[in-house]
Design a binder for this molecule. Structure first.
Ligand SMILES: [Zn+2]
Length: 307
């Protein structure tokens, strides 16, 4: 592990000759500060208490982008403890470098989404061995507004990125590639950029909800990643996460869409309003607030977050 608890109760990175314990099992740990492996704490008993724990330099790099209190947070359910890579409010981010079986993915998603938490995966393709073909498509003039959408709470943020970027998988192996839970989106670390699952469907009047594919195809065991994705800068992605209203009951999950999808939603809401008015249909208070929030955003009354 990268963080242990010292005698004063502080969360500390490995340093030689410091007495510290594991935050998960309270067992004694020893700092390993050699020249080959990334510096870490090791259980004195030599038994890693968290079998899910994965420790790579890539993990440490990601964790270091967030404040200390968000890193390696111990969670407990039914007496079982695991360390979440990052926990910010109710959002848990799991960084995954090695392959996981469907069963393992499922177990982790069940564990981490208990207690009303939302989970997202970030998988490692930063060495570019898994994905290719996207770098040539980035032209500065094609950068456009990207919207962070939550369909239930109707909360939006705006940042800048690339949409319709086609990312081709080079090999069949991705750490997470199979449908388990479509509510847990998978993001791909491409180095400077993070590929975000795109909201493919748009709101049309016949449908009652988004026809959404969040980075995973629902009824197939094939991954969806060779479809177009939205790319945002890793820096923007990292800044966004602590700002998400993950403590709200209405916060569903982290979703991204481009301008086109966003405008489709605008169309839908206008049609819905007109339909309700012409049919004298009573509108629920919730619906009114949501719709108003959306139009306030469009008219500039609400300022979306820009970086
Ligand atoms: Zn332990």
């Amino acid at each position: 592990m990268f963080y242990a608890i010292d005698e004063l109760g502080n969360k500390v990175l490995p340093k030689p000759n410091i007495k510290a314990t594991c935050p998960c099992c309270n067992g004694k740990v020893i700092a390993k500060c050699g020249k080959i492996k990334v510096h870490h704490w090791s259980h004195k008993s030599l038994i890693e208490c968290d079998q899910w724990y994965e420790m790579t330099a890539w993990h440490l790099e990601w964790q270091s982008l967030f404040p200390l209190e968000f890193r390696e947070v111990v969670l407990q359910k039914d007496g079982i403890k695991h360390r979440a890579d990052i926990k910010i409010n109710n959002l848990i981010v799991e960084f995954q470098h090695s392959n996981l079986s469907v069963e393992e993915i499922k177990q982790r998603e069940v564990f981490y989404t208990s207690n009303n938490s939302k989970l997202i995966w970030v998988v490692n393709a930063s060495n570019n061995c898994v994905h290719s073909g996207w770098e040539n498509q980035l032209r500065e003039q094609d950068e456009q507004p990207i919207y962070v959408v939550d369909m239930d709470s109707n909360i939006y943020f705006e940042l800048v990125g690339y949409s319709q970027i086609s990312v081709i998988r080079k090999t069949l192996s991705l750490p997470i590639s199979i449908v388990v839970n479509p509510d847990v989106p998978v993001f791909i670390d491409l180095g400077e950029y993070v590929a975000c699952p795109v909201e493919k469907g748009y709101y049309d009047i016949e449908r009652t909800s988004y026809n959404d594919f969040w980075g995973r195809k629902r009824n197939s065991d094939k991954p969806y990643y060779d479809e177009s994705l939205i790319l945002v800068r890793k820096k923007d992605f990292v800044e966004l996460l602590p700002k998400l209203p993950t403590n709200l009951d209405t916060f569903n999950s982290l979703k991204f869409c481009d301008k086109y999808t966003f405008s489709k939603r605008e169309e839908h809401l206008k049609k819905q309003q007109m339909y309700n008015q012409s049919n004298n249909k009573p509108i629920s208070k919730d619906e009114k607030i949501k719709t108003q929030a959306f139009f306030d955003l469009l008219s500039g009354k609400i300022t979306p977050l820009n970086y």
